[in-house]
Design a protein around this ligand. Sequence first.
Ligand code: PAP
Length: 330
Amino acid sequence: MESKSSPPLHHNQAANNEEVEDMLSSFPKERGILAPYAYQYQGFWYYSKQLPGIFNFQKHFQPRKNDIFLATSPKSGTTWMKAILYALINREVYPPTSPQHPLLNETPHNLVPSIEFVNPSEYDSISNSPDSGTRIFATHTALVSLPKSVTDNATSNCKIVFLCRDIKDNFVSYFHYANKLNLRSSPISLEDAFNLYCKGITTGGPVWNQILAYWKESLENPHKVLFMKYDDVKNEPQVQLRRLAHFLGKPFSPDEENRYLVDQIISLCSFDHLSKLEVNNTGKNRQLMSNGAYFRKGVVGDWKNYLSEDMVSRLDQITEEKFHGSGISL
Ligand code: PAP
């Protein structure tokens, strides 16, 4: 797996504003959906707020042997999978039915931080697993821009769980989120957002290219990268949770199966449960986004309520062309 060279930071410190401004001014820039502008870095689009975190990640991150990375196309169920991973990895310390479970009082985004929003000085202090050799992080960063220390089997045993979603549902979720965030001076229309989405200008996008890269890596390196789909987790949660646990080397024991731990984790992390908790309806997360903005409908197929026939055929056509011959069905 090849990673392009890191940006030119000069010392062993987080990127400072001047360095970031310099770099941003040299990147291709386009109008964005979530924020007024998006910048292209190593072939993929990001917002200015995310890029310093990516530069720091590339430059300063030191993996531990069993770190877990949840990589997602934004609005593909990141919040849900953060909760599931946290509950799964911590199930002995925090049984999913415990009234003291951290997910009852803390948002999944704070329990499993997105690496783009973690300062390098905090990397070492993140502790969200009972095993000090394991941390769980999330990222929207394209595979090509993950640090080599994370992707290279020779240097680390990190695991990458990649989650994506039906493209039409992904777009509809992305559009709604854009108008909840208030990063724009005025709301974006469905048509405007659609055209930018089709041009690939989404966080970590073009979404198809991001998905394809992780998909190919999951085929070439199945012990390193697990490819998951929101739609599958919705349709067959038990199967997908067992698959995930097995991939992470934490399969459910017969005793845990007898105690219905799989179902308990699914209930704890369900949309109905998490979306009603006070913590997920008030305040902001460490990314300074409103916690409530991450819960909308949580269903498969909501695109039918928003997209015109033309939009459906255009998105389907792009998806078909991009994924043709890859074996991905989405
Ligand atoms: P992020 O990538 O910016 O962190 P992410 O969590 O992927 O956001 O996107 C939120 C989507 O996941 C929303 O989808 P929707 O707009 O189609 O409704 C949100 O409702 C859905 N979601 C959040 N939590 C859950 C959950 N526990 N189960 C299922 N879907 C969920």
